[in-house]
Write a protein that binds this ligand. Sequence first.
Ligand code: AMP
Length: 291
Amino acid sequence: MKTITTITELRAALAEYRRAGKTVGLVPTMGYLHVGHMELVRRARGQNDVVVASIFVNPLQFGPNEDLSKYPRDLARDQAMLEEGGVDFLFSPGVSDMYPRPMETVVDVPKLGSELEGSVRPGHFAGVATVVTKLFNIVQPDRAYFGEKDFQQLQIIRRMVEDLAQPVEIIGVPTVREADGLACSSRNVYLTTEERQAAAIVPKALAEAERLVASGITDAGDVEKAVTAFLSTEPLARPEVVALRDPETLETIHEIGDKPVLLLLFVRFGTTKLLDNRVIAAKSARFAKVA
Ligand code: AMP
């Protein structure tokens, strides 16, 4: 694996493969890798001739009071993991490589980007859309890999690619979980031992929601209330968002019908906010119960 930090060098390195008709897969990350990231790498390795992973902690997607400076970093460890995963090129630019001048041009996501996580992190998804577009322009991948763990981000990127006719196929990868069901996340390292144990309530709440829907509850508000109450049985858990939405448009759902619904959870443990989600196949779940 070759580590490259400048746009010019990466473009030059990839040009010969592109001329030879090789396919390129891109896995964008902010580093401090875990098995979830490595699943994206595994998928990319299986589907492309050349695999590029990027590590860039993107200042554009962090608000003024967010954890940019203390975001966990360990480049040497990440490099060893990516090498092991069969990555060909690691692109790890510095901020001055990606943004030599303050950005005058950005990709905005006014509606999808102001829902849910966007409502508490103004500008976050515009920062994501802008850096991902720039990475697409630099790497020109045939396929790019994103985790379903960040469901809103995945849908925003799918929509951006459609809206702007970006020539890349977006592959969504199911969430990789730890033994107790907690979604792997770089931010899990912020949890104290007690908070880490308590956090197991989050995947349990997803299962509880699925159970409630399967039992025949169709009022979305009732499910949201019951899931909030379930989470609140854990004293360290502070549920911030418990929302049933349309998986594609992220619009609010009032009545659970025949179509799948997305349950999104943001739950705070101390200073750490954990995100998780599950798409619940409403009809088939109820069907299974009746049958
Ligand atoms: P991040 O480094 O947090 O920006 O994540 C980089 C990519 O890895 C994003 O597409 C995430 O959705 C994805 N990702 C993060 N955690 C997981 C996980 N537990 N399972 C699958 N993908 C993940």
